[in-house]
Write a protein that binds this ligand. Structure first.
Ligand code: MLT
Length: 255
C-alpha cells in the first residue's frame, strides 16, 4: 500500500485523482458538518464548488426535500437554508433531506476528486471508521486536504497524519509513504496529544473564534465521536450501509 498526501486541492487535478482511492479532509468544518448531517439522517449531500451551481441544481429538484447549505468566509450564504456549523444540521432539520453543499475549500476538494474510484470524507470525528475501511481493503490511496484558500492548514494536515498512523498501526501489509505522508505523520506526532489546542491555534480556528463560531471547534476536534463513513456514490455523498445505524452525539451539550 502506498499512501500519498496532498496539502491543498490545487496540488493535483481531477485527472490525476481519476480511478484512485481518495480521502478528502476538511476538519474545519466541511467534513465535520457533512458527517453530522449524514449521521442525523440526511438522505445525501451533493457537494458543488460554486454558489451558482448550487442554486442551479436546486432549481431542478423538488423544493421541500432540498436544502442549500454551506458558507463563504465562514458565514451563511444569502438565500441558503443552512450555514456550515455542524450544530445547524440537527435531525429535525436534515432528516430525509438532500443537501446541496458549497463551502470555500471542502467542497472544492470533493469536486476535484469526483472521478476517484472511491471517495470518502474524513475529519477527526470519524477518523477511525475511515482508517478501518482502508485497512479492510488495503490498496494505494491519496489523502486530499482541503487546506485554507490554497495554502496548507494545520488541522487538516494533522488529521491526515492521524489517519496515516491509524492505517499503519500493526498493519499486516507493507506500507510505503510519500514525502507528503511522512510530513503529515510527523505533524501528527508533534501535535497529536492536544488536538483541541492545535485546532484552536490554527489560522482557520482563530478566524472562526473571531467570528463567533468558536464552539464549533470542540465538536470538530472530538475524535471518533461520529463513527460513520461518508462515501461518494455517483455525485452524492451517502453513509456506507454498515455505518448507517450509528447515532449522533448531542451537539448542543458539546457546544
Ligand atoms: C471550507 O470548506 O472552507 C470550510 O469548511 C470553511 C468553514 O469553516 O466554514
Amino acid at each position: 500500500m502506498r499512501i500519498d498526501v496532498h496539502f491543498t486541492p490545487y496540488q493535483t487535478d481531477e485527472l490525476v485523482l481519476r480511478e484512485k482511492t481518495v480521502v478528502v479532509i476538511d476538519v474545519l468544518r466541511a467534513s465535520t458538518t457533512i458527517v453530522t448531517a449524514l449521521i442525523n439522517g440526511a438522505k445525501e449531500i451533493i457537494p458543488v464548488a460554486t454558489v451558482e451551481s448550487a442554486v442551479k441544481i436546486s432549481g431542478n429538484l423538488f423544493g421541500d426535500v432540498i436544502l442549500l447549505g454551506g458558507e463563504r468566509n465562514g458565514k451563511m450564504i444569502e438565500g441558503f437554508n443552512l450555514g456550515n456549523s455542524p450544530t445547524e444540521y440537527s435531525a429535525e432539520k436534515v432528516k430525509g433531506k438532500s443537501i446541496i453543499f458549497s463551502s470555500t475549500n471542502g467542497s472544492e476538494a470533493m469536486v476535484r476528486a469526483r472521478y476517484a474510484r472511491e471517495l470518502s470524507v474524513c475529519g477527526f470525528v470519524n477518523v477511525s471508521s475511515v482508517a478501518d475501511a482502508l485497512r479492510e481493503d488495503p490498496r494505494d490511496f491519496t489523502i486530499l486536504c482541503a487546506g485554507n484558500n490554497g495554502v496548507l492548514s494545520l488541522e487538516d494536515s494533522v488529521c491526515a497524519g492521524m489517519l496515516v498512523a491509524k492505517v499503519m498501526d500493526d498493519a499486516e501489509f507493507d506500507v510505503e509513504l510519500s514525502d507528503g505522508a511522512h510530513v503529515a505523520r510527523a505533524l501528527f506526532k508533534s501535535f497529536g496529544k492536544g488536538i483541541l489546542r492545535m485546532v484552536k491555534s490554527s489560522d482557520h480556528g482563530r478566524y472562526l473564534q473571531e467570528i463567533g463560531m468558536g464552539d464549533d471547534l470542540k465538536i470538530c476536534a472530538e475524535i471518533d465521536s461520529m463513527p460513520v463513513l461518508p462515501q461518494m456514490e455517483g455525485n452524492v455523498l451517502k453513509l456506507k450501509r454498515e455505518t448507517e445505524k450509528k447515532t449522533a452525539p448531542d451537539l448542543t451539550a458539546t457546544a
